[in-house]
Design a protein around this ligand. Sequence first.
Ligand SMILES: [Zn+2]
Length: 423
Amino acid sequence: MDLSKLFDNNTDQARITNGTTRKLILKKKIFSILYLESNKTIADLCTPVNVSIPTMTRIMRELIEEEWVEELGTGDSRGGRKPVFYGLNPFIRYVIGIEITRKYTRINIFDLHNRPVGEMFQLDIELDKAPDMLEVLRSQLDAFIIRNNIEKNKVLGAGISIPGLLDKKSNINYSYPNLGEKPLNIVFTELLQIPSFIEHDTKAIALGEAWFGLARNKSNALCLNVGSGIGLGMIIKGELYHGVSGFSGEFGHIQMIPEGQLCDCGKIGCLETVASGSAIVAKAKQMISEGTNSIIKKLVEGNTNAIRLPIIIKAAHQGDQFAIELIEESGDYLARGLAVLIHLLNPEMIIIGGELANAENLIADPIQQKLNKYTINRIRQDTDIYISELKEQAGLLGTIPVVMTNIFSQEPNINNFNNTIIS
Ligand SMILES: [Zn+2]
């Protein structure tokens, strides 16, 4: 993802009216450069910030006094005096990541070097249990912040990843009316008393891959999330693609079987009904009950109701033919869908993530083989298929860019973190 796009902030330029605001904007710009591009010398910073060396030296001195920036020692000289490098103080502010799924919520705190500060914390409460679930989240998050010795006013923001039909403009989640009628960013900002930013779960995964995973520095990447459902996050021309309302990427609801089963969405024969984790589990339960021989039965001690996707994947890794065939069949349907995307978008890479990615080559190979069958050779050659390296971590890590891109694109706001760097 081309992060330099974040600096094209015309609104900031329009606000350059007086010294304080201008200096604040310059400081924010330095902050964003050091955050996104790591350590720099004064000379490195002058061009992108567009100030002279004496001005930059003065501003950096202030940023050091204010503890935003640290002097890091000298680098190699290209003749003359060795340049001094400056970097962000990673502990001057923190970002909270909250990944809400249908079944559980995961939380962690990250420093400005994107390192987790605490142990990832999982709250086993279902999203359907909101609004009670929100109250539990609030109290557990407060306890988590205290446990990790973080001052709440040092938190830049909370990034919240959530499933469902999330309207990007209104921040309303149509799938979970139980979260209340207010826009979700306001619901969470009021609840947590921390500026909160919302992103759809699969899109947060794509951001995680684009900032920290295999899609780093890639302009055109598709991130497939196959768990209980099937979602798609698209990085197009270096940016996360939302569509007009934020509903892009509902890949699981393209029709695959015209006379197929009823999907949760109300339509018939969606891709999700034949290729998702839920579909694989349902088929395993049915066929094992009907007498199909598989070590899955042994792994659940005969209780077919206990069959879950990780058990099927475990059986497949142990060489169980039935489990391997179930995953292959899912791969076949996914490839039919992906073939359409490859023909339409000509992506550089497709990253397979979500729970099914734990099947590793047992899912990647059938997809690759079937793509050979369903796509035009010349077009497919451009697209590499990968299993996510971040796997289940991608979603929580993806909440970091959700916060930081919002922080960088906001106008200077004295109610936010910026007040501490006004001098
Ligand atoms: Zn559907």
